[in-house]
Ligand binder design. Structure first.
Ligand code: MN
Length: 200
């Protein structure tokens, strides 16, 4: 089995003004495509070809760095697109909203901690809201294309929200202003998708 680039579930310009069309086009068609191409080359002829991308991440310590970087890149971006939507944002509801209040005290407190995880991640990486093995929510960040599914991750769990803080995700529009990008991203969050992931 080889991995394929999933189509973007909306148009390149659908997330404007928060994420510009050119950034979306390059990010999806060039960056994500490169992770797919490179992970397929890295696993060709190995037993990893039998695994789903989730299974590959969960066993990533068994594979060399190109599999970790590009397999992580494929998983992370596939998730990132689905957790965004045009006219998203607002507030979570139901069980996810309750779990956020239980873990962080309030939605605003969760948002502050999540933004801090994104803005203080040095260099390239991701900020995450995850559900840990006890079913509780936690915030963490990972370097490069690592993610909390990976057996090498410092903090492990199921991703509920994912924010790409690589410069390629925001530099054309925001230049060095990563905090502005992190703030604007909340206007795009697909809470229905996040709630589905939380219920899994
Ligand atoms: Mn990216």
């Amino acid at each position: 089995m080889s991995f394929t680039l999933p189509p973007l579930p909306y148009a390149f310009d659908a997330l404007e003004p928060h994420i510009d069309a050119r950034t979306m086009e390059i990010h999806h068609d060039k960056h994500h495509q490169a992770y797919v191409t490179n992970v397929n080359a890295a696993i060709a002829g190995t037993d990893a070809e039998k695994l789903s991308i989730e299974e590959l991440c969960k066993n990533i310590s068994k594979y060399p760095m190109p599999v970790r970087n590009n397999g992580g890149g494929h998983y992370n971006h596939s998730l990132f697109w689905t957790l965004l939507k045009p006219n998203g944002g607002g507030l979570p509801t139901g069980a996810l909203a309750e779990a956020i209040n239980a873990a962080f005290g309030s939605f605003d407190e969760m948002k502050t901690k999540f933004n801090a995880a994104g803005t203080t991640r040095f260099g390239s990486g991701w900020a995450w809201l995850i559900k840990n093995s006890e079913g509780k929510l936690e915030i963490c960040s990972t370097p490069n294309q690592d993610n909390p599914l990976m057996d090498i991750a410092e903090v492990k769990g199921t991703p509920i929200l994912a924010l790409d803080v690589w410069e390629h995700a925001y530099y054309l529009h925001y230049q060095n202003r990563r905090p502005d990008y992190c703030t604007a991203w909340w206007n795009l969050v697909n809470w229905e998708e996040a709630a589905k992931r939380f219920a899994m």
